[in-house]
Design a binder for this molecule. Structure first.
Ligand code: AMP
Length: 470
């Protein structure tokens, strides 16, 4: 299948050629024809699968193919002038977008907006605008006053603008819920229901989610009509191009020493270190900077400008080690990230899959290393059950744990023969590097990381309306 044979508008084909896309990814092959035909979609696929184009190309196709509308693309000022010319009294005009994409995080929203600008670069007059928590209101009002056809928004801030009458969804044609499972996890269910209740029943709805089970499946059924189900299995979600391993550590000091050692691996181009809390992200980034790494923290307590600057520094290679919380790092797509380190294990196995998917991008290989207390073996097991993959245990010479896993706590179902013995696959490199520098004595992180499974609601809104788990 080719993009041409799918029948995409020539303007979009031109943009895809410029972007260097030669053929559709599997999710695009299934989603594009159905979406262009106007079907609702329920799609289970991961980031990295090409899902943004899977929903945005059909949406742009719809805009590009629509007959010219005399008022389309006019700013409220232009519409007011036109009204005056007709003798009508000019009045305030809310933005009337035709396409709305809801995303769980600001970062993902910005990525979707950037991708939209790329895919829509050849369509004249099509504007995409991000409406995000953390962005100054006057700037957003200015963006909305341009009456953009496409809004990409996080739910909380969007509702603020809806409530103040700045947005009217009566002309909405396409609604996309991107990473719907994550939005529900973050407690956005009421916000999403409220937003959907303001959109026309005639809309086309596309819902993308890592899973279509449970709560997200229930909502998906409520908000779609005769949807086409697309499940993209799973070499991407299994991350077969990512070598995974676990290192057992005795305590925080051992963990910090081992992390420092592992980060000195010369094969690391760039790395993301995941922590459970925002505070740990700051503390560990500071500690790594003192130890000589070009490190930076990324989490939801930072202002949007600071987050953007950090991401730009990561993309430009000025930051080599990003220390991040789950939500802040979600969706990051930087091909030079060769390694992911779980300083803390994530709370849910799904998060593990999202985390390690920050490496191995754009067809490359990646390495994902989890630093695990002995008592956390049960959480590793849960991840293994979820991914249906065994994660080998590795040991670095000079950094061996003193305790064995079984000495600390029984780990039900844990496979025999793991523990301290490196279970390296043939050809698997270990990190043993005789004579590699050791940086002992680093201060343990302030939040007491390592045992803590603390959720982060990282969207810049209070959790007051939240019914989710963070
Ligand atoms: P996504 O899953 O939407 O985050 O996309 C992951 C990456 O794949 C992004 O860097 C996209 O630019 C890229 N991508 C999406 N579709 C294609 C395609 N058909 N050919 C090549 N690259 C693509």
């Amino acid at each position: 299948m080719t993009f041409e044979s799918i029948g995409l508008h020539p303007f979009i084909l031109k943009a895809l050629t410029e972007a260097g896309y030669t053929q559709p990814t599997p999710v695009q092959e299934q989603a594009l024809p159905a979406a262009i035909a106007g079907r609702d979609l329920l799609v289970s696929s991961q980031t990295g699968s090409g899902k943004t184009a899977a929903f945005m190309l059909p949406a742009l196709h719809k805009l590009a193919s629509a007959p010219a509308d005399a008022s389309a693309g006019k700013t409220p000022n232009q519409q007011a002038q036109a009204a005056r010319a007709k003798g009508d009294r000019p009045r305030f005009q809310p933005a009337q977008p035709k396409i709305l994409v809801l995303t769980p995080t600001r970062e993902l929203a910005l990525q979707v907006t950037t991708a939209t600008e790329k895919y829509g670069s050849q369509i004249r007059g099509v504007k995409a605008v991000s409406i995000l928590g953390g962005m100054p209101y006057p700037k957003q009002m200015q963006l909305l006053s341009r009456n953009p056809e496409i809004l990409v928004a996080t739910p909380g801030r969007l509702i603020d603008h809806m409530e103040s009458g700045k947005i009217d969804f009566s002309k909405l044609e396409v609604l996309v819920l991107d990473e719907a499972d994550r939005m529900l996890d973050m407690g956005f269910v009421d916000d999403i229901e409220l937003i959907i209740s303001k959109t026309p029943a005639s809309r086309q709805t596309m819902l993308f989610s890592a899973t279509l089970d449970g709560m997200v499946g229930n909502m998906a059924r409520r908000i779609t009509k005769d949807p086409m189900m697309i499940q993209i299995a799973s070499s991407a979600s299994r991350h077969e191009n990512i070598q995974q391993r676990v290192h057992f550590v005795d305590d925080l000091s051992h963990k910090n020493r081992l992390l420092d050692h592992l980060l000195r691996d010369v094969t690391i181009d760039q790395a993301v270190v995941f922590t459970a809390t925002k505070r740990d992200a700051d503390t560990i980034a500071d500690r790594l900077n003192i130890a000589g790494f070009a490190a930076a923290a990324l989490h939801g307590d930072m202002h949007q400008g600071a987050r953007n600057r950090t991401l730009n520094s990561l993309r430009s290679g000025h930051v080599r080690v990003l220390v991040a919380t789950d939500v802040a790092a979600r969706g990051i797509d930087v091909p030079a990230i060769t390694h992911v380190f779980n300083y803390d294990l994530p709370k849910f196995p799904e998060d593990y899959v999202h985390r390690i998917g920050r490496t191995g991008r754009a067809g490359r290989n990646g390495i994902a290393v989890s630093l695990v207390n002995h008592a956390e073996g049960v959480h590793v097991k849960r991840i293994e059950r979820f991914t249906k993959q065994v994660i080998p245990v590795d040991v670095v010479e000079g950094y061996e744990p003193k305790k064995t896993a079984s000495a600390s706590r029984p780990r039900p179902g844990w496979r025999p023969g793991d523990g301290r013995k490196p279970a390296a696959k043939p050809g698997q490199r270990t990190f043993s590097k005789p004579g590699a520098p050791r940086k002992d004595g680093a201060a343990p992180s302030a939040g007491g990381a390592g045992g803590g499974y603390r959720g982060n609601r990282d969207d810049g809104r209070s959790a007051g309306r939240s019914s989710g788990r963070g």
